[in-house]
Design a protein around this ligand. Structure first.
Ligand SMILES: CC(C)(COP(=O)(O)OP(=O)(O)OC[C@H]1O[C@@H](n2cnc3c(N)ncnc32)[C@H](O)[C@@H]1OP(=O)(O)O)[C@@H](O)C(=O)NCCC(=O)NCCS
Length: 161
């Protein structure tokens, strides 16, 4: 399995991947909108046997410090449970660490994202429409400069409702 940056020819396969993994087209549409808005900061694909079997995207957030949102993440259903999702998260976080970002936020299952160091407690002081036990944060380059304030995902997320 290889992980590399998204390329122009991957777009249709990424759309199909999210549609099948989530069982709906909302996340596929989100990826298209983030890309169209210039908000796809890091977009990585996992390739196996020349096929795209996984995808992860990071987009900028409005926050009191430079932060990215991790979403969406998907792995081909037939390929789940083999470490592809974890490899994408880890490769993505390595990329993030090389940039100016102080945090990554994610909305997801604490049992899954906790293994990468995301903590709901770290996100709990921030105001967000997604506030709650599924909103998690990972600090980068030291502790967060502040633990409260308003955070918002990129505008494309608003269309998700
Ligand atoms: C979530 C997802 C990306 C994980 O990818 P994956 O390649 O299957 O994950 P990995 O193989 O790296 O990790 C598998 C582990 O995660 C757990 N896991 C998988 N999906 C999970 C979920 N939704 N919630 C909690 N744990 C989950 C598995 O039980 C397994 O645990 P184990 O290592 O203790 O056995 C994949 O299942 C997927 O595409 N799901 C549909 C889309 C989705 O829900 N995306 C997440 C959006 S936040």
């Amino acid at each position: 399995m290889q992980i590399r940056d998204e390329q122009a020819g991957d777009i249709d396969a990424i759309r199909a991947l999210h549609t099948i993994a989530f069982g709906q087209s909302q996340e596929a549409g989100l990826v298209d909108q983030l890309r169209a808005d210039g908000d796809s900061v890091i977009s990585l694909v996992a390739i196996e046997a020349d096929s795209i079997v996984g995808h992860i995207l990071f987009s900028p957030m409005s926050a009191p410090f430079q932060a990215l949102g991790l979403a969406p993440l998907a792995v081909q259903p037939a390929m789940q449970g083999r470490g592809i999702g974890s490899a994408l998260v880890e490769a993505g976080l390595q990329r993030v660490a090389a940039g100016p970002w102080r945090a990554v936020f994610v909305l997801g299952d604490p049992a899954y994202y906790g293994r990468f160091g995301f903590e709901a407690a770290l996100a709990s002081g921030f105001r967000s429409p997604y506030a709650g036990p599924y909103l998690m944060a990972l600090a980068l380059g030291g502790p967060l400069p502040v633990r409260e304030g308003r955070i918002d995902y990129a505008p494309a997320f608003a269309a998700l409702g």
